[in-house]
Design a binder for this molecule. Structure first.
Ligand SMILES: *Cc1c(COP(=O)(O)O)cnc(C)c1O
Length: 429
C-alpha cells in the first residue's frame, strides 16, 4: 500500500495529499535548519545529563516529605545547566504555567514594589495574578502595583516607554516571549537580550523575568543566557517533551529560585521538601525528547502556515518568517471554518478521535470557544491541539505535534474538513 492510500483510508482525499506534498517540497531547507537546531539542543541536554551523572537511581522518586530526593535535585541541576542558570525549581507541585509565573512573581516581589511588563499586555491568566482583573490572592491584594509599557506598532520593544515607566518602586520587569493568543510578533531571544541590556542600564539591580512558555528549544539559546534573572514555563508545553504529565519550572539566579522555593513549600523548608512521587522518569525522558518534539511542532506550524497562506488566508507568523515559538494563528473570517478546522484536528488525534468538538462558554472568555485536543495528557499543548474563540476575526490558534507525521496528518485533516464544509477550495478547482 502506498502512503497516499493510507491517507485515503484515514479520510484524506488524494488532491489534499498532493497539495500538501507540493507545499512540503518547498520547505526542505527550512526543515533542515530546524533539524540542526534540534541536534544542537539535543546535545546540550545530553551533555547536562552526563555532567550531572544522571543514573538509574535518579529515576526512582520519593514519597512523604521528599527529603534527599536525589532524582529531583539532579533534575533541577540538569535544567539549570541547560538554561545556564545558577539554580532551578522543577516540580510536579507547580501545577501549570500560570502557577509557575505567579510563584515567581509573588515570591520575588514585596508589598510596595512595582511590577513592570515591558512587552505590553500579558497572557490572559496573568491578569488575575497581577490584579489587572480583580482576583483573590493577586499581587494587587498584597500591595504590589503594576505598570505596563506597550510594544511599538511593529511589535518591537518601546525603549522610551520602558524607561518612562521605570521608577523607584520598580523591582521586577516581566517579558513574555511568545505572543500567546495575541496578534503580535513573538519576541526572539535576540530582541529580549537587547531589552534586558537596556532595562539593566536604566536601573541596575532590577530583576527581569521571562515568560518562556512555548519558546523553549525553538532557538539555540534561551533568554537566561542574556541576563534574564528567571525563565519560567510549563512542563506540559515544550520542555516536558509530551511525556511530563504535569509540572512547571523556574530557572534563574540562586536568589530568585530560593525565594520561589520558600513560597512554593514553606519559609524554612524551601527546596528541601517536595516528594517527586513517581513523576521523574517522564520528567527526565520528556526533557531528553523535548528538542526533537519541539522541532516536530515547529515543522507542523510552518507547514500549516504555508498551506493556509497558499489558500489565501491570513496567517501569523507568515509562511516565510523566522520562528520564535510554536504557535500558529490562521484567520478565517468565518465561524464555520473555525469549527471545521478544530474538528479536523480532533479527528486526527490519537485519543478521542471519535469525539466532535463543539463551541462552549469557557470560564474567563467573553465568547464561546472551540477546542480540539485529543491528548494523552489533558490540556497538553505540546501535543497537537487547536482552539479558536468564536468571535471576529474568527482565528484559530494551532500548536504542537509530538511527531511531524502526526502534525502533518492533523493539518491535512483540518483542510479536509474545511473542504467538506465548503469553507475553502483548492487552487485551480
Ligand atoms: C500557556 C501560557 C501561559 C500559562 O500556562 P498554563 O499552563 O496554561 O497555565 C502563560 N504564558 C504564556 C505565554 C503561555 O503560552
Amino acid at each position: 500500500m502506498e502512503t497516499k492510500e493510507i491517507y485515503e483510508e484515514l479520510g484524506i482525499r488524494k488532491e489534499i495529499y498532493d497539495f500538501g506534498e507540493n507545499i512540503l517540497k518547498a520547505l526542505e531547507e527550512r526543515f533542515k535548519a530546524i533539524d540542526e537546531t534540534a541536534e544542537y539542543n539535543q546535545l546540550k541536554v545530553i551533555s547536562a545529563f552526563h555532567k550531572e551523572r544522571v543514573g538509574e537511581a535518579c529515576l526512582s522518586g520519593t514519597k512523604g516529605y521528599g527529603y534527599n530526593d536525589l532524582g529531583r535535585d539532579t533534575l533541577e541541576r540538569v535544567y539549570a545547566d541547560v538554561f545556564k542558570t545558577e539554580d532551578a525549581l522543577v516540580r510536579p507541585q507547580i501545577t501549570c504555567g500560570t502557577h509557575a509565573l505567579a510563584l515567581a512573581l509573588l515570591s520575588n516581589l514585596r508589598p510596595g514594589d512595582e511590577l513592570l511588563s515591558a512587552a505590553g499586555k500579558p497572557y490572559d491568566t496573568l491578569e488575575s495574578v497581577i490584579g489587572i482583573r480583580d482576583a483573590k490572592g493577586s499581587l494587587k491584594e498584597y500591595g504590589i502595583s503594576y505598570a505596563q509599557a506597550d510594544l511599538k506598532k511593529d511589535g518591537s520593544f518601546d525603549l522610551d516607554a520602558i524607561k518612562d515607566k521605570i521608577n523607584d518602586k520598580t523591582k521586577l520587569v516581566t517579558i513574555q516571549r511568545s505572543k500567546g493568543y495575541q496578534t503580535r510578533r513573538t519576541l526572539s531571544v535576540k530582541d529580549i537580550a537587547g531589552a534586558i541590556d537596556f532595562i539593566k542600564s536604566v536601573k541596575p539591580g532590577l530583576k527581569v523575568m521571562v515568560d518562556n512558555c512555548y519558546g523553549e528549544f525553538v532557538e539555540r539559546e534561551e533568554p537566561s543566557e542574556y541576563g534574564a534573572d528567571m525563565v519560567v514555563g510549563s512542563l506540559i508545553k515544550n520542555p516536558g517533551g509530551g511525556l511530563a504529565a504535569a509540572g512547571g519550572y523556574i530557572c534563574g539566579s540562586s536568589e530568585c529560585v530560593e525565594n520561589a522555593a520558600y513560597r512554593l513549600t514553606s519559609p524554612g523548608l524551601g527546596k528541601e521538601v517536595g516528594a517527586s512521587l513517581n513523576m521523574l522518569p517522564e520528567f527526565y525522558q520528556g526533557f531528553f525528547m523535548a528538542p526533537v518534539v519541539t522541532a516536530a511542532a515547529l515543522k507542523g506550524a510552518i507547514f500549516a502556515a504555508n498551506i493556509y497562506e497558499k489558500l489565501g488566508f491570513d496567517v501569523l507568523p507568515d509562511g516565510q518568517e523566522d520562528r520564535h515559538d510554536i504557535i500558529q494563528a490562521v484567520t478565517f473570517n468565518d465561524p464555520n471554518a473555525v469549527v471545521a478546522f478544530c474538528r479536523g484536528i480532533q479527528a486526527a488525534a490519537p485519543i478521542d478521535s471519535f469525539v466532535t468538538p463543539e463551541p462552549w462558554d469557557m470560564p474567563g472568555y467573553d465568547s464561546k470557544v472551540i477546542m480540539a485536543a485529543g491528548n494523552f495528557v489533558s490540556g497538553s499543548s505540546i501535543e497537537l491541539s487547536a482552539d479558536g474563540p468564536i468571535r471576529p476575526p474568527y482565528s484559530v490558534y494551532f500548536q504542537g505535534g509530538l511527531t511531524f507525521p502526526h502534525a502533518k496528518y492533523g493539518i491535512l485533516s483540518s483542510l479536509e474538513y474545511l473542504l467538506r464544509e465548503g469553507c475553502v477550495s483548492l487552487p485551480g478547482k
